[in-house]
Design a protein around this ligand. Structure first.
Ligand code: C2E
Ligand code: CA
Ligand code: CA
Length: 393
């Protein structure tokens, strides 16, 4: 199918572009948490044209930013309308780095925030490195501005050639979207399964949330819930829907399986990592390496227990488990671990063996109760699954 830039210009002028909304579900709550906005083009003569057939041309010709501008305005109106109906999720729009070579997109979003049409939480920006980052500094500084405005930046298609670990180091992405190819291949081999796991672990280590797209069956959904992803998207939940259908979908308030097991696993990993970071920092300090250097080498040391990744889970969504004894038993030793960790790190103590022993004791108590809590939840989950399998048989 031959698409010309004139076709795209006409489509822009005649408002031929529409959006569909593909629901996303929060794995921890089992509820709809938002949608990704996907462009749809029904050409009056040529019929439906998939985005992959014209987005690259739009990028080459620079028309992409006009498209993104229209999409942002549509998404802003959509989220306004949804919020009026009680929706509290967010809509994610797809953008290209080229969109940030000018102020056009930033101005649209800033204006919508200033005029209180949206709150920053309402719109997320998905960014794919499809086009090479020209004028990189300008683009990066605009993306930083977006984050300062309070918007969330999501790296799209992670695991493909279009998104790089290098870009992760240059921008504070709040989430990483694992490419559907990585998700789709998970079931093929243990190796692919481990690749998916490693990507999730990497994102969590960098304090980012993980969105998994292209989930086509329940097993994949379950696996990713246990692996510690935050949000799910894919045909198993729903295909992209026109606005009215999406609104009906949200209003029906569908419930999906949810689990905290993944977060408990990552809290455990975080705790192991924190212990090692503290010990490393101590070794640096005792070998007369500049302390700044030691802390730069250990960016994940958060001495306020609330700010550690374990703490963020514990005082956040983890509170749903607050009536459980094993959950309660984590707080005191975890707090203590961070207190002693600070002493070990700051004091540059030569005779710190007693502190290290106390640190280890707290560490082991945290682990013990995390593991007992995990086992408790696993028993319950198992019983649920067996029950569901009986029902399905
Ligand atoms: P993407 O951002 O990776 O979007 C996800 C694509 O996967 C969508 O295809 C969606 O319909 C499809 N999909 C969702 N769930 C499943 C699933 O379970 N299985 C499979 N096999 N596919 C699934 P779509 O709508 O054809 O979009 C293709 C690409 O075009 C998008 O990939 C995105 O890169 C680009 N695109 C779409 N809308 C826009 C837009 O508004 N602006 C820009 N710049 N790019 C867009
Ligand atoms: Ca996307
Ligand atoms: Ca994607």
């Amino acid at each position: 199918m031959d698409i010309t830039s004139q076709d795209i210009e006409n489509a822009l002028a005649n408002q031929e572009f529409e959006l569909q909304y593909q629901p996303k579900v929060n794995f921890l709550k089992g509820r709809v948490s938002g949608a990704e906005c996907l462009i749809r083009w029904n050409h009056p003569d040529k019929g439906y044209i998939p985005p992959d057939n014209f987005i690259p041309l739009a990028e080459e010709t620079g028309l992409i930013t006009q498209i993104t501008a229209q999409i942002c305005l549509t998404a802003i109106n959509a989220v306004k309308e949804l919020r009026a109906g009680g929706f509290s999720g967010s809509l994610a729009v797809n953008t290209s780095p080229l969109d940030f070579e000018s102020n056009i997109i930033i101005d649209i979003l800033q204006n919508a925030i200033d005029t209180k049409q949206i709150v920053p939480h309402d719109i997320q920006i998905e960014l794919t490195e499809t086009a090479t980052l020209n004028r990189q500094d300008v683009v990066l500084s605009r993306l930083h501005r977006l984050i300062d405005m309070g918007l969330k930046l999501v790296m799209d298609d992670f695991g493909t050639g279009y998104s790089s670990i290098d870009l992760l180091s240059q921008l504070p992405f709040s989430a990483l979207k694992v490419d559907q190819g990585v998700i789709g291949r998970m079931a093929n081999s243990t190796k692919n399964l481990n690749i998916a796991n490693m990507v999730i672990n990497m994102a969590r280590t960098l304090r980012m949330d993980v969105v998994a797209e292209g989930i086509e069956d329940k097993n994949t959904y379950q696996f990713l819930a246990y692996a510690g992803c935050l949000e799910a998207q894919g045909y198993w939940i729903s295909k992209p829907l026109p606005f009215d259908e999406f609104r009906t979908f949200v209003e029906s308030n569908p419930v999906y399986p949810s689990s905290q097991l993944g977060m408990i696993y990552h809290s455990h990993l975080n705790n192991v990592y924190f212990r090692k970071s503290v010990f490393d920092a101590m070794l640096y300090a005792n070998s007369n390496i500049d302390l700044n250097m030691a802390s730069a080498a250990n960016p994940d040391i958060h001495f306020e227990s609330e700010n550690s990744r374990l703490g963020q889970w514990y005082y956040g969504i983890g509170q749903e488990l607050s009536s459980r004894e094993n959950f309660q038993s984590i707080e005191e030793p975890h707090r203590r671990m961070h207190e002693i960790g600070r002493l070990l790190f700051e004091a540059n103590v030569e005779h710190s063996n007693d502190l290290i022993i106390a640190f280890n004791e707290s560490f082991e108590r945290v682990n013990k109760h995390l593991h007992l809590l995990e086992t408790e939840l696993m028993f319950e989950e198992n019983a649920r699954l067996i029950e569901a399998a009986k029902g399905g048989a």
